[in-house]
Each structure stands twice: as C-alpha cells, then as structure tokens.
Design a protein around this ligand. Structure first.
Ligand code: GLU
Length: 486
C-alpha cells in the first residue's frame, strides 16, 4: 500500500496565521491517522519577504500546538533540504528539461512592455493574458538575444484542452486550458515561481496528498499541467473551505486576532486550540464538540470535511478552553499557570513556597478561569502587597465599612486556628453584631485583603494568606478608609 506523505509548506513572511494552523493540522491529522509522514517545508523563495525570525516563529507555534513533523528544516530527512532557497538547482533542472522538450519557452519581454499590454487588456475589459509573442521566436533569434545577454523568463507552454482537478472534497472541477495563460515558471532573475517550485518539491518529496486553502484552487490546474509535462503522477488534492468571520467575510484582523501566537499569549491551551481548529470545516458527527487529540487522529477523514466556509467563533473557542482547563490534571494546570505568573514577575518558578501556595489556590479558582491568564488577577494578591483598585475604594467609604474593618481586625486576632471555617464564623458574628448583611459586610474585608471586589472565595483565601498578612492588610485598609472618609 502507498505510504501517505503530507506536507505543510508555509511561506515564512510573517507569523503563523490561524488559517495556516488549520491547514497544518488537517495535513498532520491525515498523515498521522494513516501512519504516514508529515513534512514541514519552508517556501522561502521570496527573499525580500522571508525572514529567519518568521521561520523560527512558525516552528515555535507549530511545536506549541503539538504538530510535530517527521522531516523538516531543523530535522532534515531523506528528501532535504526542506527550504526552497536550498533547492534552486532542482527548479533550474526542471526548467532546462522543459525548455529542451519544447514544453516551455524563453520570454524576453520587458516588464514595462508586459505591464502595458496588461493595462490595455484591462481597458478592453478582457482578462489580461500573455500574448505568446516570444513563442514565435525562431531558434536563431533566441540564440542572438541570449548572446546579447538579454534577460529572459521561462514560461510554461499551456497545451490546448481541458484540465480536471479531482478534488477530494469538492469533486471534479474542470478548467478550460484556454483560460490559463503561459505562466512564468522562472523569473528573469533566475528564481523559480511558486507554481514550479511547489510541483518540483512535491514530486521529489513524494507527496501523496496536498491539503491546502481553497485560495489555491486556481493554481491547481497549472500545477497539474506541470506534473504531466514533467512526467510525474500528481498527488491527490483537497482544497479546504475558507474560514470566515461572523459577517461571512474572509477571516482577517478586523475580526480579531489571527496570529496563533496571540492566542498562546492570552492563555489558550494548545489542546483547546487544536480541538477548535479541527472543527473549522470538519466534524466527527453532528453533535460532538470536545474531541481529544487521540480521537482526532483516530477519526479524521476527508469525507467529513465540508466544502462550505467555516465560521470563526471566538466565544466557542473560549468556552472550549474553559472545558480544557477544567479537565487539566492538577500538576499540568500548575505548570501552565506558573508560566504566566513567572512572566508577569509575580513568582519564580523554582520558589517552592510560592508553588505550594499556588497549589492550594488553584482548586479555588479553576472554575472561574476561561483563560490561563485569568489566574493572574485572581492570584496576584497572594504574591504581592495589595492596594485596593481605584474602583474598589468606594467599598471602604462610610461608617459601616470602617466599623466592620475595625471589629474584624480585633476579633480575627484571636481566631485560632486561622482556618476558613473559623474565619467565616468570626466574620459572620462580626457582621451580625453590627446589624449588617453578611454579603455587604464581607466586601470591605475582601477589598482589604485581596485589593479587589472580585476574588477567589474569601475565607479560604484568608487562610492561605495567613493571619499576620491578613491583619496587616486590614490595618492598611483602615488607614485608607480614614483617608477616603475624610
Ligand atoms: N507556500 C504556499 C502558501 O503558504 C503553499 C501552498 C501549497 O500548499 O501549495 O500558501
């Protein structure tokens, strides 16, 4: 049986787009589900726009998503190099062979001249197409121009007839070759264009399936013609549905974040992201929304990929992330949160006392976390001194609040042991002795101890903070209460 070989071939001109991540994922899933190979290839021939930083950033995002590849620029492999700039000789060979067979020809037209005819075509409202002027050059003329050192581009000579793309998602799509111009395969500067490089590479890398965005559909007939001309069997193609925003327009910055890295920074879990991306165009059945990575690999198939556009829904992604946070084993959740706390300068990852504190807090806040970064405001007060947020100072206003703070401070001094049930009892008694409703009475205490009106459960938080820190914070709040009440 044929071994499945799939590839993800980004152009490293910027960050990894979520649409690119979905393409990478589908290729990865099909390869893994069939025990095949998943290859990473950098299409960096556009030297003016490709950067080393983008190559590194794309790989980092793919690793974060857990989309590991078997062959790639960093790993090597039997079909290397996996960077197009290191494969230029192969593209030249292909061009030479097509020229020799008369399947391609040299075009000496000047860029200005070409632009002019394009402009003319546009004015006449016809699709601009190369007029094949240089196809008619005799061998002598070509030799003369070459001798003169005139630069040339290599154009593919599109044969007459029809080209059918057998798309695994959309079925057969027929293109009349008369609508395809003699496209440039090699530019005047000697570099290969995308259509040539991608075909040569996919042949050498023995790619069996090409899954990519449907924005490439119009390139596919050109590529099929090239396969034929080069005497190779083409891979199977599947064009993935476009990802759109709620307004039905292609997903773009207008709709929100489109860089995978931004989701990572905001505290999304890679597994949630993978689950969400998998469902952008594919489904297991009509109802299942939470699907593990293992099940995705087990069940993924192109038969269930839709040809209709898939709608990006950030709320759904956030909901999914919350489900994944809820299901995370404790140690994993701790690791994930430590990463963000450390980055915010709140703790050091190797501070065992801080980690012990965190281990006690996490069960109290897990349910309130939609994003990993939600842990920051909910836990910062354990790791740094607090000063009530401006918006919370109001809570300290008024005689009632001041008395509640004062009396709690006094009574808590003798709370022993300083544990949640006893703290609760003391605070309830204090509230009732002041004729205050518990909820209302606890707010100034909460603001005093946590700095905010919203916090993890108060009594448990106080126990974890410990008596002396709670008393010191109540003292500080009393001073503030004096100030705001002046
Ligand atoms: N480098 C191309 C892109 O990023 C790859 C397209 C393909 O998969 O053939 O769009």
């Amino acid at each position: 049986m044929m071994r499945f070989r799939l590839r993800f071939a980004p152009s490293p001109t910027g960050f990894l787009h979520v649409g690119g991540a979905r393409t990478a994922l589908y290729n990865y899933l099909l390869a893994r589900s069939r025990g095949g190979d998943f290859i990473l290839r950098m299409e960096d021939t556009d030297k003016s726009r490709s950067t080393e930083e983008a190559i590194a950033a794309i790989m980092e995002d793919l690793i974060w998503l857990g989309l590991d590849w078997d062959e790639g620029p960093d790993k090597g492999g039997p079909c290397g190099s996996y960077r197009q700039t290191e494969r230029l000789h192969l593209y030249r060979e292909a061009v030479d062979s097509l020229l020799a067979q008369g399947k391609a020809y040299r075009c000496f037209c000047e860029p200005g001249q070409l632009a002019q005819s394009r402009e003319k075509a546009r004015e006449g409202q016809v699709t601009p197409r190369y007029d094949r002027r240089c196809l008619g050059l005799s061998d002598e003329e070509v030799s003369r121009l070459l001798k003169e050192g005139r630069p040339w581009a290599a154009r593919f000579r599109v044969p007459e007839g029809k080209t059918v793309v057998n798309d695994l998602i959309r079925g057969d799509i027929e293109f009349d070759n008369s609508t395809i111009e003699d496209f440039v395969m090699q530019r005047r500067d000697g570099t290969a264009t995308y259509n040539l490089a991608v075909v040569v590479d996919d042949i050498y890398m023995r790619i069996t399936h090409v899954l990519r965005g449907d924005d490439h559909l119009s390139n596919t007939p050109k590529q099929l013609l090239l396969y034929r001309a080069l005497g190779s069997e083409p891979p199977q193609f599947a064009h993935l549905p476009m990802i759109v925003g709620a307004d039905g327009k292609p997903l773009s910055k207008r709709h929100g974040d489109v860089a995978v890295g931004r989701y990572r920074e905001q505290g999304f879990l890679p597994d949630a992201m993978i689950n969400f991306l998998a469902l952008l165009g594919w489904s297991l059945d009509d109802s299942t929304t939470i699907i593990s990575r293992e099940d995705l690999i087990k069940h993924f198939s192109l038969e269930r990929v839709s040809s209709k556009p898939a709608t990006w829904d950030t709320d759904k992604l956030i909901w999914m992330n919350q489900q994944y946070i809820m299901a995370l084993p404790e140690e994993r959740l701790e690791e994930e949160v430590v990463f963000f706390l450390e980055r915010a300068g709140l703790i050091r990852g190797d501070d065992s006392q801080a980690r012990e504190t965190l281990r006690r807090i996490l069960p109290l806040i897990r349910e309130r976390m939609k994003l990993l970064t939600d842990a920051l405001p909910l836990t910062a007060f354990f790791f740094q001194e607090v000063s009530p947020e401006i918006g919370s100072l109001d809570i300290l206003r008024g005689e009632q609040a001041r008395r509640m703070l004062e009396l709690s401070r006094l009574k808590l001094t003798s709370a022993d042991p300083f544990v949640a049930p006893i703290i609760e009892e003391v605070l309830r008694e204090t509230a009732s002795s002041l004729n205050m409703k518990p909820k209302q009475a606890f707010q100034p205490v909460r603001v005093a101890v946590t700095g905010s009106r919203v916090s993890p459960p108060l009594f448990e938080s106080m126990e974890i903070l410990g008596k002396s820190r709670c008393l010191a914070r109540l003292d500080r709040a009393l001073e503030l209460a004096e100030e705001v009440n002046l």
